[in-house]
Design a protein around this ligand. Sequence first.
Ligand code: BGC
Length: 255
Amino acid sequence: MGSTAQGSIVLAFDVGGSYVKAGLVDSRTGMVVSEVARHPTPPGGKPEAVLDLLVDMARDLPTEGPIGLAFPVVAKSGVACTAANIDKRWIGMNVQAHLQARLQRPVAFLNDADAAGVAEMTLGAGRDRQQGTVMVLTLGTGIGSALFVDGRLFPNTELGHLEVGGEEAEHRASAKVRADRNLDWVEWSAEVNAVLAAYHALLWPDLFIIGGGVTENWSHFGSLLVSRAEIVPAAFGNDAGIIGAAMAAAALASR
Ligand code: BGC
């Protein structure tokens, strides 16, 4: 990545169970410098349709150089290893290689919550918390988790699938569950608190950073959340995924 302002502008995608987002990010400052384009995820999140959509969205945001791709799966060496809220045919696919072949540009491929976590720990709510254990959670269609120990990411923790009281955490306390079950903020916060307690018992984080679009409503529920760990809202809300993916792409280019 060059050191010119132009050279630090990176195209990044955040593919979710409900929406695909794309934006241009200044990877040095974490500022999103374009409108964030948002399209509904193609029905079922089928691989061909999602890849076609990414190619179309890239055309609308012309840049050069590497691309960041945050995805709601366990991401290892370019390959999707799981698929909870997206078509199962992604499992085993080298998503990085597929998108690289379609766009003829290098792609950094990582879990969406890990991407959000990287953004928060580098430039957001966790930037001054490089010591101890920090857990960044994204409450959206599912629950994403990113675990940092002394500032270093332990990737693919997938704590949204941890069983809490006989149910998967993300089936109790995601933002989608709140909407689907029509829970009020008090009811939903009680579910989130049960999940935070289970995570705390497992890993004893010092800090939870709570992210996802739902943090727009922090004033409604932030004060209802309780844990033995400190709890703060994410700084980047819904844009954290694309910001972290852009940072991962910039890191790829500087290697
Ligand atoms: C997926 C994770 C993802 C999270 C948030 C979960 O269902 O398994 O990979 O980080 O949703 O999108």
